[in-house]
Structures are given as C-alpha cells and as structure tokens.
Design a protein around this ligand. Structure first.
Ligand SMILES: [Zn+2]
Ligand SMILES: [Zn+2]
Length: 351
C-alpha cells in the first residue's frame, strides 16, 4: 500500500478510518462512524499540498480519523468536522506525527498519509508524550492500571466457544497465542495458563464482525485489526473479517495479517501498556499486511517491567543475542550487542 503513494495515475486508495477503541472511554452513539475513505490520486495531491488556512475536501474525514484515535476532541465540534485546515487540525497532525515517530511537519505529507492508511490497532493512542529527547517511548493508560494478584502472578485465558474463525485451525490459533503469551511471560513474573472455562477466564479471546456489542464495531478487511481492553477487563477482540495468517508461505493473500504479531500487541494492552512511538516496538499501533512484528523490543520490555517487575530468569543480553542471531554474522552480532548495551544503559539512566 505504501508503494501506491509513489506510483500515481491509476491509484485508488482505500483510506481506512476507523471505528472505535475500547480501552479508554465509551463513545456516544451519535459519534460519526467514518470507517473507510476513498482517496484518489487527485485527492492525495490536494491533501499533501494543503496548508493552514486552506479548505480541502477530505480533511473532514482525516479529522474524523484523528479524533477517533484521540487527537481531536469531537465533542467540541457538535459531532461534525469542516474541511478547513485550521490551527487545531495542524496541532492534531503535529501530535499524530510525534506519537507515530514521524517527521513533525504539521502537513499531510506522503509519510503521514501512508501511516493513516496502514492497518492498525483499534485502541486509541494515548496522546500525552514524553518530553523531547526522552529515551522512553512506552506509555500506559490513564491511571496506569495493571493486574493486581499475588506475585508471581498467574492469569488464565480462554477462547470463545462461539466467536472463532474457521480459516485457521484451533490448534494454529492456540499455538500463535501460546507463543504470544510466552513472550510477555518471559520478561515479567506473570504466567498465562489456557483454560476451557471461558466464563471464568481472566482473559477472553474472540473473533468478531462489525458491531459486536462493545461500542467498538470492526470495519471489515484491514483498517482496524483488533482491539483489547485495559486491566483488569481482559477482553481481546480480533476482526473476523481479516485474513488471519500463521504462515505466509502457505497464506498468499495480499491482505493477510500475522495473527501472532497482533496477539502479542493486544496482550500488551491487556497488561496495561498503551501505544509506543518506537516503530520497531510490538506496541507501535500499526502493522502492514504481511508484516511480522512479534519480538518484544527494549521499549516494550522496559514498559511492562515498570508495571510488573522483571522475571527473575530474564536477561537482556540473552534476548538481544537471540534477536539478532538468526540473520546476522558473528562480527555484526558483537557490534550490535555493544550498541544494545549502550541503549540499555541509556534507558537505565532515563528512568
Ligand atoms: Zn494497540
Ligand atoms: Zn470488541
């Protein structure tokens, strides 16, 4: 989808503007549900050239998108937006770019529009940001909620008996989630145990289509991929309309989405993490089709360990080595470990 932005002419962009997010606030039912926007090459050029003071068709839809994810307060607008590129919109674009780790231009440049059309998590971005130059990028939900159980903690999870997909086997789905849970369990003193008792499970996982009763309807293929609730709610919902994949060699669809990556991200929310602006982090809000991003990065780990403490068996060094050992040679590995050590050192001093 990114490539489309650079190749013009026949282009038709489906800009997916989402629906809801669960964790933070319940939205009024009158909230405009702009879930998908079509942007032609013509629109793209106009949007990309729009500056403060101009009026361009399509800006109202981008405003809807930004308000949906917490960048504009729609209640101040009588539930409608104009196509005016006003000061508030510029501030929202600035904040969005800062939050997503983009170059802060205050304009709808191609990189910003690329991110807006990239599939993502339905959970609202926490729009408070760390001070400039801070090396911390992870964030929490308001009030910093977490699970409170005696340590070491054990949480149960179960799959909905009714709300599942059939394009993947239950075994494949269970394996993907088991791996996703184990990533978090390896860094904090929290254990995750699957149970068949869905009603009493701490974490309830299901696949849903469209409006499924929590005020956060899914929007079909791509757009919003999944959402989950902050502690100690425990609900983790995936959009049943996606082409969920556990193996891209056998799943050739261009819109296939890696289940394990999304599961790992959503579990981060269940534990209390909000979105990160580190593009490589699991808690970064967007994930392109056919991409994988399931390995926890330092930002994810420091964030969740600040909530729960460290798993006594966890060592940063072993994680970093396993992270890079697959594709890189010995010399590069040594160099990377030195660099990683430096980054870790920076984190320690920033806390
Ligand atoms: Zn998310
Ligand atoms: Zn839901």
């Amino acid at each position: 989808m990114f490539l489309l932005l650079t190749h013009s002419s026949t282009l038709l962009f489906t800009l997916i503007l989402l629906t809801p997010l669960p964790c933070i606030v319940s939205r009024p039912l009158t909230f405009p549900q702009v879930t998908k926007i079509t942007i032609t090459n013509h629109n793209i050029q106009h949007l990309a050239q729009a500056g403060k003071g101009s009026t361009v068709t399509g800006i109202s839809e981008v405003k809807n998108y930004l308000s949906h994810f917490g960048y504009i307060n729609i209640s101040l607008h009588d539930n409608t937006f104009s196509d005016d590129f006003d000061t508030e919109f510029e501030s929202a674009v600035n904040l969005y770019q800062q939050k997503l780790g983009l170059q802060v231009t205050g304009k709808l440049d191609s990189d910003t529009l690329s991110h807006i059309i990239t599939p993502r998590c339905g959970v609202e971005d926490t729009t408070n940001v760390h001070p400039f130059h801070s090396t911390k990028h992870f964030l929490y939900f308001p009030g910093k909620p977490r699970w409170w159980r005696p340590m070491p903690m054990s949480l149960t999870y179960a799959f909905s008996p009714e709300d599942m997909i059939h394009s993947l086997s239950l075994d494949d789905i269970r394996t993907a989630f088991k791996r996703a849970f184990s990533r978090w369990a390896s860094v904090i003193p929290v254990n995750f145990v699957e149970t068949e008792d869905y009603g009493f499970a701490d974490i309830k996982i299901g696949f849903f289509s469209g409006d499924h009763g929590d005020g956060e309807p899914f929007d079909g293929v791509l757009g919003v991929l999944a959402h989950s609730f902050s502690p100690e709610n425990g609900r983790l919902h995936l959009d049943a309309a996606e082409t969920w994949a556990v193996n891209f060699r056998s799943e050739k669809s261009e819109v296939a989405v890696d289940l394990e990556s999304v599961a790992t991200h959503e579990i981060g929310h269940l534990l209390g993490l909000s979105h990160s602006s580190v593009k490589e982090a699991v808690m970064y809000p967007s994930l392109k089709a056919r991409d994988q991003r399931a390995d926890l990065k330092i930002d994810d780990i420091k964030g969740v360990q600040a909530l729960y403490g460290s798993n006594p068996n966890f060592r940063f060094g072993s994680l970093l080595e396993s992270d890079i050992s697959a594709n890189e040679g010995r010399d590069l590995r040594v160099k990377s470990l030195r660099l990683a050590g430096f980054i870790l050192f920076s984190f320690v001093h920033s806390l």
